[in-house]
Design a protein around this ligand. Structure first.
Ligand code: XUL
Ligand code: CO
Length: 435
């Protein structure tokens, strides 16, 4: 059955095409730096936005038309949504998807029933994945929507809530394993505080780390070989979230002996909320060998919240793909469109325009980044800028073979150091040559 009867399969027609239901730049099998665009990007669709986001906002209810959805919290409705979703993946040519447990299956009025519902939908998804040749990038548990998690899950002041959350993580990991998921994500939606007046921060952080360690242990027990991710976000919904940015997450992982077990799933709009660029967040993560995957979206410069817009900014997609290429590409990760249509874009076809635009924007970013790398002038400038460290006193400092006394004697005999220009404007001009 066709749920999107008027939408064709989206194919590559090239930059001169005027067909809104065609890719102008994303040509899945085209080779860039010896690898197909499809394998560079590993695009994923977010089940929560495509199937479950009615596009409500803090001031008004849902607007999205979902003619296939009877709005009931039943397994039948959930199974039907899965069929719709796989038609969407087929038509857009997106190979991967991501979900929260409560996106794919309903939360029923007790945990055992919710678990059974999740197992039923998981079995159905497994069949759909096989039939359509699609794969799961990562799964996760929704530990932030239900009122029981209003004060946190892994950081809840209530041990019973922690246990309930742990039970959800176990079931979501089972589902992820059953679906061959290549990763499992923790986003600390409510893992933070609203006020420190009522918060024992140290205890909460110890508990969160305990939850993550239990997940690592459980993965070993069940043979889940996928990559664990933490997804930084500084605030919203909490006043402060412990996983506030790349650096805070890495510090948390180091402090609690979790480095090596977790990588970061970085989301562009979360970087913006943290007061950073995505380029900054990626650079921090890559320096620690910890960039795992990306939630691809962008924020609005004029609105202060997480607008989760589809990526269209070519400077942004270029800088992201430049970093992805620099780190040697994704292994388990990919580009997951954690992005939603605007509330005004309520028709089903808008789902297609949104994803087509995001995929084309990343295709252009990939090509620009590859051009920049092939040209080499920016990399050459950076290498030259640091060349005083390659030999002489610089090499000695890097090798930790000197001391303050020796450097003092060196500086006394060396006169005033000469430092070259940073050439930011020149480099910005160069960047524009490749966009
Ligand atoms: C919320 C967000 C989540 C995570 C998964 O801002 O990004 O959807 O990606 O829980
Ligand atoms: Co996200």
């Amino acid at each position: 059955m066709a749920f999107f009867p008027d939408i064709p399969k989206i194919t590559y027609e090239g930059p001169s095409s005027k067909n809104p239901f065609a890719f102008k730049h994303y040509n899945p099998d085209e080779l860039i730096e010896g690898k197909t665009m499809r394998d560079h990007m590993r695009f994923a669709a977010a089940y929560w936005h495509v199937m479950r986001n009615g596009l409500s906002d803090p001031f008004g209810g849902a607007t999205a038309l979902m003619p296939w959805d009877d709005q009931s919290d039943t397994v039948d409705n959930a199974l039907k949504r899965a069929d719709v979703f796989f038609e969407f993946l087929d038509k857009t040519g997106i190979d991967y998807y991501c979900f929260h447990d409560r996106d794919i299956a309903p939360e029923l009025n007790d945990l055992a029933k919710s678990n059974t519902a999740l197992e039923k939908v998981t079995a159905h998804l497994k069949g759909l994945q096989q039939a359509h040749g699609k794969k799961l990038l990562w799964g996760t548990a929704c530990l932030f929507s239900h009122p029981r998690y209003s004060q946190g899950a892994g950081t809840s002041p209530c041990a019973d809530v922690f246990a309930y959350g742990a039970a959800q993580v176990k079931a979501a990991m089972d589902a992820t394993l059953a679906l061959g998921g290549e990763g499992y994500t923790f986003w600390g939606g409510r893992e933070g505080y609203s006020t420190l007046l009522n918060t024992d921060m140290k205890r909460e952080l110890d508990h969160l780390a305990a939850l993550l360690h239990m997940a690592v242990d459980y993965a070993k027990k069940i043979g889940f070989k996928g990559q664990f991710y933490i997804e930084p976000k500084p605030r919203e919904p909490s006043t402060h979230q412990y996983d506030s940015d790349s650096a805070a997450c890495l510090n948390f992982l180091r402090e609690y002996g979790l480095m090596g077990h977790f990588k970061l799933n970085l989301e562009t709009n979360h970087a913006t909320l943290a007061g950073h660029t995505m380029l900054h967040e990626m650079t921090v993560a890559i320096a620690a060998d910890s960039l795992g995957s990306i939630d691809a979206n962008q924020g609005d410069e004029l609105i202060g919240w997480d607008t989760d817009q589809f990526p269209t900014d070519l400077y942004l997609t270029t800088s992201i793909m430049q970093k992805v290429l620099e780190m040697g590409g994704f292994t388990t990760g990919g580009l997951n469109f954690d992005a939603k249509r605007r509330r005004e874009s309520h028709e089903p076809e808008d789902l297609f325009h949104a994803h087509i635009g995001g995929m084309d924007a990343f295709a252009r970013g990939l090509k620009s980044a590859a051009r920049m790398r092939a040209d080499g002038r920016i990399a050459e400038f950076v290498a030259k800028r640091y060349s005083s460290w390659d030999s002489g006193i610089g090499a000695k400092i890097e090798a930790k073979q000197t001391s303050l006394e020796e450097l003092s004697a060196y500086a006394l005999g060396n006169g005033e150091p000469a430092i070259g220009s940073g050439r930011q404007e020149l480099l910005e001009n160069l960047l524009n040559e490749f966009i």
